[in-house]
Write a protein that binds this ligand. Structure first.
Ligand code: CU
Length: 482
């Protein structure tokens, strides 16, 4: 036999062996309802973005889940409070991990300090109301019911007490995973993310404890669209992490109540998506749709270092309503996969004039001026996140060779009037910031004098800068001194 023939028959043999192996497994229980359970086990529950240990090869068990409902105040974003209703104290609720054939004994506890009755409808349950009918529980009570997991997949659970929309809108949703026989293929990192839309009496950013607004919810006019219950739950220090070369699996759900998510990771392609959390696998996907009350699993390998931004690609939700998270990947650069910036030349297709840059046209203030330093900081931060963030980045750290840092910037701190001038008119030409030279273009920012005063006050009082306060008068003086 020629060596290549030998190889062929060997591979053939082993494939035969493997497939027959799988066959016998499946044949054992043609109907998942027949899978027997052995022994009892208390389920590990985790708060987002963490998930419990994979089931691996464990046998089906009687799995005891204890879930406590808590109504508790939390922070939607800086200065904005919200009364969340939660499964397990977090939005989304605790992650439940089971395998097909498990017999789940579910204990739903409604904390005595809570004001309302609640229940749970699990999409993984085959039975009336997904458990809702048997789990309706008043404050200070515990209800128990049990079910067998028949279908593998990633499922949403939520409260289904009337008004259902209101209970969901206040954060009462989470994910339950039913792994197939033998478990999902192992990966290096797994994370739990859930999108939700929130409706508040005040507008986005309006401070204080914000009550739920039923009319806005009915109209589906969300003030906040967020991952994991609040703005910034997955950014900065809360970012998800991975190392170059690792495989990542995201369990992503959408609690709604109203909106559908166009889930996308900027700078990544999903190698595999379990569409709608089921068996159908799509490969090489840019954006995957996650219906309200639905979920999806995405797997990908991270090949290059950097910060990858998770968004709902209905993009105003990401940049203006909070649906933005981060995956920070550390490790060696790979110039073949991604070169990084090779050169930055100024591109001026219409001659040397720079469009909409150096002008002094009056921009009319559309906002109420800030009345205190705190308000200046608050409005300034909002303006920063909307206008400057894209280039100078969330912590003012800039991007090497492209956008200079504003954090601890010697250039910024040396001269307030010059900084005001830059935000007023834009900037081009070579400058040196903290020893690095930049030769790029900052386009003119369309901001009023008040907004410029606020944004610069925010910048000067953040990230180790010199704590100057910039007033509208100072901005007007620079504006008129030209
Ligand atoms: Cu409820």
């Amino acid at each position: 036999m020629r060596p290549s023939n030998l190889l062929l028959s060997l591979t053939f043999l082993s494939t035969l062996l493997l497939t027959s192996c799988f066959k016998s497994k499946e044949q054992e229980y043609e109907n998942t309802a027949d899978i027997p359970v052995s022994r009892e086990m208390i389920a590990e529950l985790t708060s987002p973005p963490n998930v419990p240990t994979p089931v691996g090869r464990r046998k089906a068990k009687k799995l005891i889940v204890k879930m406590e409902i808590l109504e508790k105040e939390g922070e939607m974003t800086d200065g904005v409070k919200y009364m969340y209703w939660t499964f397990g104290g977090t939005v989304p609720g605790s992650f439940i991990r089971t395998r097909v054939g498990d017999e789940v004994e579910f204990h739903l506890q409604n904390h005595p300090d809570n004001k309302l009755p609640h229940n749970i409808d699990m999409h993984a349950v085959t039975g009336p109301g997904g458990g809702a009918e048997s789990s309706f529980v008043a404050p200070g009570h515990e209800k128990t019911f049990s079910f067998k997991t028949l279908n593998p997949g990633l499922y949403v659970y939520h409260c289904a007490t009337a008004p259902v929309g209101m209970h969901i809108a206040n954060g009462m949703y989470g994910l339950i995973l039913v792994e197939p026989e033998g478990g999902l293929p192992p990966v290096d990192k797994e994370y739990y993310i859930m999108q939700g839309d929130f409706y508040t009496k005040g507008a986005n950013g309006e401070r204080g404890l914000q009550p739920f607004d039923m009319q806005k919810a009915v109209d589906e006019k969300a003030d906040y669209v967020v991952f994991n219950g609040k703005v910034g739950a997955l950014t900065g220090d809360n970012a998800l992490t991975a190392k170059v070369g690792e495989t990542v699996r995201l369990f992503v759900g959408n609690g709604g109540p109203g909106l559908v998510s166009s889930f996308h990771v900027i700078g990544e392609i999903f190698d595999r998506v379990h569409v709608e959390g089921g068996d159908l696998i799509n490969e090489n996907v840019q954006t995957t749709l996650i219906p309200a009350g639905g979920a999806a699993m995405m797997e990908f390998k991270v090949e290059v270092p950097g910060t990858f931004i998770l968004v709902d690609h209905s993009i105003f939700r990401a940049f203006n309503k909070g649906a933005l998270g981060m995956l920070k990947v550390e490790g060696e650069k790979n110039k073949t996969l991604y070169s990084g910036e090779i050169r930055d030349d100024i591109y001026l297709p219409e001659g040397p004039g720079i469009q909409n840059m150096p002008t002094t046209d009056e921009i009319v203030a559309s906002e109420i001026p800030a009345k205190s330093f705190e308000e200046q900081m608050e409005f300034g931060k909002q303006a920063y996140m909307q206008t400057c963030f894209a280039c100078h980045q969330g912590e003012g750290q800039g991007i090497p060779h492209a956008f200079p840092p504003l954090a601890k910037s010697d250039y910024l701190n040396a001269d307030v009037d010059r900084a005001i001038g830059i935000v007023l008119h834009g900037k081009t030409g070579e400058i040196t910031v903290n020893g690095e030279t930049y030769n790029s273009v900052m386009t003119r920012q369309m901001l009023s004098s008040d907004e410029i005063a606020n944004v610069l006050t925010y910048v000067y009082n953040s990230w180790g800068n010199s704590k100057k306060v910039v007033t509208k008068e100072m901005v007007d003086k620079v504006k008129n001194s030209k």
